[in-house]
Design a protein around this ligand. Sequence first.
Ligand code: UDP
Length: 237
Amino acid sequence: MKKQDVLISGKAKTVYSTEDPDKLIMHFRNDTSAFDGEKIEQLDRKGMVNNRVNAFIMQKLEQAGIPTQFEKLLSDDEVLVKRLDMIPVECVVRNIAAGSIVRRLGLDDGMELNPPTFEFFLKNDALHDPMINDFHIRTFGWASDDEVARMKELTFKVNDILSKLFRDAGLLLVDYKLEFGRDKDVVTLGDEFSPDGCRLWDAKTREKLDKDRFRQGLGGVVEAYEEVARRLGVELA
Ligand code: UDP
């Protein structure tokens, strides 16, 4: 399968059309961005690590019954995926308080959230991805009520599967963001799952092994992502 036209060039990935109208190629670049694209850097090996980690996680999720867009790895930094009609909302589940919820609700960083909580955000950098609720999604027609219910169900199912997977690797899955799209009319997990879009802490020391290292200028960003891959047993190039 060969790349044709650039369909979307996002902050960290580029999406290409292919000769098959139902398949796309996603290229994981080394670009790393934070604060709605205000801070951008090139981090050597990051595209490869995220591509490999994403493929590993998507296959685990698929095996556990989550419909995903993953088809197959094409190269170190490219993956073949199903073409989805993307739903413009981000689904976030939080097991431990960190990031924006700490600022918004004045929580103690690191507080356990039991039961885990759920938030929707609108995918819109110009508006800084504002938090939205089910009624906004309905009023503005971003998704149907059934799709909203399904996105929540799948996002929590992913939490059960991945919290355990990371636990077994000595990691705490603090929070994560998922994006879904429609494959015909089947709500399907799209985008990526990598340390760029979740928070992972060492279970013992609570050391950060995710994009917060980049956001907070802690250094060792790709080294931390590689450590996550190593603990999961993901083979790297
Ligand atoms: N997240 C993401 N993309 C976004 C916003 C958030 O991948 O545009 C992820 C982020 O990495 C974290 C979770 O979603 O794992 C919750 O992010 P939060 O709302 O705390 O925002 P932040 O403080 O990271 O801006």
